[in-house]
Ligand binder design. Structure first.
Ligand code: M6R
Length: 608
């Protein structure tokens, strides 16, 4: 969480910083600030709230200069306030720092500094860095930072500038992302590539622990001991269009509508002639020899795709598979050894809990794979192989196209590994490949045909306080994900439950004002779901059913019916979630919520 940017060159730094921060606002939006070298010192401007507040502040109190750093904050230590906003300034007023991450030992460091007479202006963990580096500074910011890094524990991406070296930015990362952008006579820094795209597509992803020194003339990279290292320059294929709303009112709606294309991209080149080709993973029966168990680690929406992944892997790979919330995995005592294959799932590739769970697994000898959407992010860099979901940048905080493409990736992975291990039949492989190839068209149909029914449903139920989502087997995770979508953007309480569990407690909630969304497409649990719907109806509950086109019984039973095209049962979660994404979206917009930036949340959770 938090987005950081830096610029050095001939342009007005604040313009570049604001443009970059706009692209990073999804990472946090509690407050924002910039620090600019003004020729005689540092001008700092901050504002609480959205970036627009900072723009207003700059309009009335400009900060001129060609070097600057900027920050958009998701509060961890200290409430959103001007004092707690970044950039933070050192006690002598000469150094400024921005930070994404958490300095875990800040309390101990802060006490030391207080004992030395340093006065603190904020409640943040970051401020210790400003004072410590200022104390170490003997004319060389790079050396001062390197000395302080030895004492920092935790995760950080840091960027600093100093009034006595006004031509350079020094930056480093450990556990939080940081990308350098290369220009002609100018250079850039950002937490994520979209912040750079207006100026350059030439980027270097900083490696863990690397330190970068940026001037307008060039970028030098060092390891933690300050030995020069060479970074790998990459030409990113992301485009600015991909990071724009392109006429949609919100990124979330755009991203929902991008799903046909995202699915087509995710499948492209990986299925052919009725077969799955996972050549990019360099896996075969030999490299999988000895794998006896699979564990999926992920958070939030990615965790729900992992729950579907478990069912798929058990069906087609026939190895016991567990799904773990990464934040739980870290503090439990899971059995990890060389017989375990761990699959991490993450849109951003930066989620701190998922990353740490992976590190633990690697240390203990497990083999690792990832399903991830962001090239160059931290998770793909530490795993044995990554199946990228080619969904394109997902900016809306609520994950949509990342989820459906993760599900498609799990189908590919389960069938692909199943074939390598001889546990998937050719008929199943051909059946699922054919099904996958239909998906882009089917999602497109859904997006056209379902909108009216979904909008009506959203209008009818937007004022209720509670929702229940139920599903079974492949669509039990759909219930969890549907409920998560609704709560995170509309702030209506919603619970996702296994349909069969209703009678073990939640049925007590049902009354005539209580809506249950029942996900009941055709397949082995459809009839059981119909019985669960009957149980709700018998208690006067209201039921919205998501069922397969042509299901007459559902038509008779449901108060509201949302129909999805006929598909292979294993692929039904990919179709069933689409109307539920739209339901959450239209409910939230009718309630006037800030859909792309829901309160208290941020897109990329790089803190524990
Ligand atoms: O980037 P990741 O997929 O690792 O993120 C995991 C969760 O933080 C994320 O899915 C979150 O739950 C979404 N906001 C849900 O829409």
């Amino acid at each position: 969480m938090c987005g950081i940017v830096g610029y050095v060159g001939p342009r007005e730094a604040t313009e570049v910083l604001i443009e970059g921060l706009r692209r990073l606002e999804y990472r946090g939006y509690d407050s924002a600030g910039v620090a600019v070298m003004n020729g005689s010192g540092i001008s700092v401007r901050k504002a609480v709230g959205r970036l627009s507040a900072l723009e207003k502040e700059l309009a009335s109190n400009a900060a001129h200069g060609g070097l600057g750093i900027g920050h958009t904050r998701w509060a961890t230590h200290g409430a959103p306030s001007i004092a707690n906003s970044h950039p933070h300034v050192s006690y002598d007023g000469k150094l400024s720092v921005i930070h994404n991450g958490i300095i875990e030992n800040y309390r101990e460091l802060k006490n030391e500094l207080i004992a030395q007479g340093v006065k603190f202006a904020s409640d943040t963990d970051t401020e210790v860095v400003a004072h410590m580096v200022a104390r170490e500074f003997k004319g060389d910011l790079l050396q001062a930072l390197a000395a302080v890094l030895k004492r920092l524990r935790g995760a950080y991406a840091l960027a600093l500038c100093h009034a006595e070296q006004p031509d350079r930015i020094v930056a480093t990362r450990r556990g939080s992302p940081l990308v350098v952008g290369l220009g002609d006579g100018e250079n850039f820094l950002a937490s994520d590539v979209p912040a750079l795209l207006k100026y350059t597509r030439r980027v270097i992803y900083l490696e863990e622990g690397q330190i970068a020194e940026l001037t307008s003339a060039g970028v030098e990279l060092f390891d933690r001991e300050l030995k020069p290292v060479t970074g790998k320059e990459v030409l990113t294929d992301l485009t600015l269009d991909a990071a724009e709303k392109e006429g949609y009112e919100h990124f979330m709606l755009k991203e929902i509508h991008e799903q046909p294309r995202a699915l087509a991209e995710t499948i492209r080149g990986r299925v052919e002639g009725g077969r799955v080709d996972l050549g990019e993973l360099n896996l075969d029966a030999e490299s999988l020899k000895g794998v006896r168990r699979i564990a999926i680690v992920a958070c939030g929406t990615s965790l729900y795709s992992g729950m579907v992944g478990k069912y798929l892997l058990e069906s087609f790979v026939k190895l016991p598979t567990e799904t773990w919330s990464a934040s739980e995995f870290r503090y439990a005592d899971p059995v990890i050894d060389a017989s375990l294959l761990v699959i991490a799932v993450s849109q951003s590739g930066e989620t701190a809990d998922t990353l740490e769970a992976l590190r633990i697994c690697k240390q203990q000898g497990a083999r690792t794979l990832a399903i991830c959407n962001v090239m160059g992010s931290s998770i793909p860099r530490i795993v044995g192989g990554t199946l990228y979901t080619r969904a394109g940048p997902e900016i809306g905080v609520a994950s949509t196209k990342a989820y459906t493409t993760q599900l498609a990736a799990f189908v590919l992975l389960a069938v692909g590994i199943g074939r390598m291990l001889g546990s998937t039949t050719q008929a199943d492989e051909a059946r699922l490949v054919a099904g996958l190839e239909q998906l882009p068209r089917q999602v497109n149909e859904l997006l056209t045909d379902d909108i009216v029914a979904v909008k009506r449903c959203a209008k009818r139920y937007k004022d209720v306080f509670n929702f229940m989502y139920i599903g079974r087997h492949y669509n039990y995770p759909t219930a969890m994900e549907g409920a998560l979508k609704l709560k995170e953007i509309s702030y209506i309480h919603a619970e996702g439950y296994a349909g069969g569990e209703m009678k073990h407690g939640p049925l007590a909630l049902v009354e005539d004002t209580f809506p249950t969304i029942a996900i009941a497409p055709h397949g082995r649990t459809r009839e059981k779901m119909v019985s669960n719907v009957q149980e709700v109806k018998a208690r006067k509950g209201v039921v919205v059913m998501v069922s397969t086109l042509g299901d007459e019984e559902a038509r008779e039973l449901a108060d509201y019916l949302i129909e999805i095209p006929k598909c292979e049962e294993e692929l039904s979660p990919i179709l069933a979630i689409v109307p539920l994404q739209l339901l959450a979206y239209y409910t939230a917009t009718q309630l006037g919520r800030d859909v792309d930036k829901p309160r208290n949340l941020a897109k990329s959770v790089t803190v524990e």
